[in-house]
Design a protein around this ligand. Structure first.
Ligand code: SF4
Ligand code: SF4
Length: 383
């Protein structure tokens, strides 16, 4: 179901995606072989231990059971999680045993920069049913403008090779593209590269943080971002993918399902750092509010009134009467707070969103027309 036409009696979901799912971010290490200009981490040489990882997974399942979730989603992250590959394997096997014991669904994804990926890791990921997300922000110099090794060398050739290695070995990675004013111009080029390989993708806008603020040229210039995105949309139009893209085509908006909150923060989201401390969002990983030892960390996170407040779009000034509100939900609460000092107002990216939403819907219409005879695509529309 595309969510474009929704019966009046249906209330929007709280969070887009699977509201029945509890997502847990496991920060396996703070170490990374890259030094991306937008990274929010200090890269201290600290790793999560096997015991802490298990305790975080235990805590996640306790919260899932206590709060009636049917499914757990684990994000293996860092730092660079492939630096801790044996830990990923061990933790995911443990999570699989708990999912089976408690009769819950389990999903897992590794969020990687791709540079350390090997053929044997790919085969292990496939055997564990783990997905892989790789960050790629442009082709060549545009990617390297954001994402370089600690020594300063660009990472593009190694990332591109990793994507092709994964594909050649039967694993389709999801590509996460972070767009800033520095790289927006290169977006059409990378979009063509992604579509050539028929890869799922998400386009995310750069979010300034304390460590990245000095890079002023990355700040979102409305016109640069809109131009880059619209030119990339042209590339999509000329090479329409079969798979749906409305869930990840415009930053944190999700045009595939009507919802009231931008993300799961404060609702169905836990972030565990390397010491087992739990925060509400990965960008606030250094501001934990609970830990693995409490009976139900999600209950503490839901009750918190001090950290990030992820309000309903109905509570955001400027959004209440917006025709896009149930697809946009008002943008990332952290980005809004950083720009305005408030959570209860519309996103600082609102003008960009409004310029792009109609074009994204048009693209979806063209996709549906192109694949109107494809039984699988049609089935999803009428489901
Ligand atoms: S941020 Fe802008 S586009 Fe999004 S819901 Fe609010 S008013 Fe609408
Ligand atoms: S608060 Fe912003 S950065 Fe954090 S999970 Fe939500 S959308 Fe992402």
């Amino acid at each position: 179901m595309q969510g474009l036409i929704v019966p009046l009696r249906i209330q929007p979901a709280l969070v887009a995606g699977e509201p029945a799912s509890l997502t847990s971010w496991l920060h396996l290490t703070d170490r990374c072989n890259l030094r991306c200009d937008y990274c929010y981490l200090p890269h201290v040489r600290e790793d999560m231990s096997s015991e802490t990882g298990r305790a975080a997974i235990d805590a996640t399942f306790r919260s899932a059971l206590a709060n009636g979730f049917k499914q757990v989603k684990l994000k293996y992250a860092g730092g660079e999680p492939l630096l801790r590959f044996p830990l990923i394997v061990e933790q995911h096997r443990y999570a699989q045993s708990l999912a089976e014991k408690y009769g819950l669904g389990l999903e897992g994804v590794v969020l990687s920069n791709g540079t350390l990926l090997t053929e044997s890791q790919i085969s292990t990921l496939c055997s564990l049913n783990l997905r892989l997300m790789i960050s790629l922000d442009g082709l060549g110099a545009h990617h390297d403008a954001h994402r370089r090794y600690a020594g300063g060398r660009g990472t593009f050739p190694d990332v591109a090779e990793a994507v092709d290695l994964a594909l050649a070995n039967g694993l389709t990675p999801n590509i996460s593209v972070t767009i800033s004013s520095r790289t927006a111009e290169g977006l059409p080029e990378v979009m063509a590269w992604i579509l050539e390989r028929d890869l799922p993708f998400s386009l995310n806008f750069y979010r300034e943080n304390e460590l990245s603020a000095s890079h002023e040229d990355m700040r979102l210039d409305e016109q640069k971002i809109i131009n880059g995105m619209l030119t990339a949309f042209k590339v999509i139009e000329n090479n329409l993918p079969r798979r749906p893209f409305l869930g990840g085509i415009i930053d944190r908006a999700n045009l595939s399902v009507s919802h009231t909150h931008t993300c799961g923060v404060g609702q169905n989201y836990l972030v565990f750092d390397q010491h087992g401390q739990a925060a509400k969002c990965q960008m606030h990983i250094r501001k934990p509010i609970t830990d693995v030892h409490v009976a139900d960390p999600l209950a503490v996170i839901r009750a918190d009134q001090i950290g990030i407040q992820n309000l309903s779009v109905e509570e955001k000034e400027g959004c209440k009467t917006c025709e896009w509100k149930h697809w946009c939900a008002g943008g990332c609460p952290l980005a809004t707070y950083r720009a305005t000092g408030r959570y209860d107002v519309k996103s600082p990216n609102c003008n960009i969103y409004k310029a792009l939403f109609p074009e994204a819907l048009r693209l979806e219409g063209l996709r549906l027309l192109k694949y109107q005879d494809d039984p699988e695509v049609v089935q999803k529309i009428v489901a």
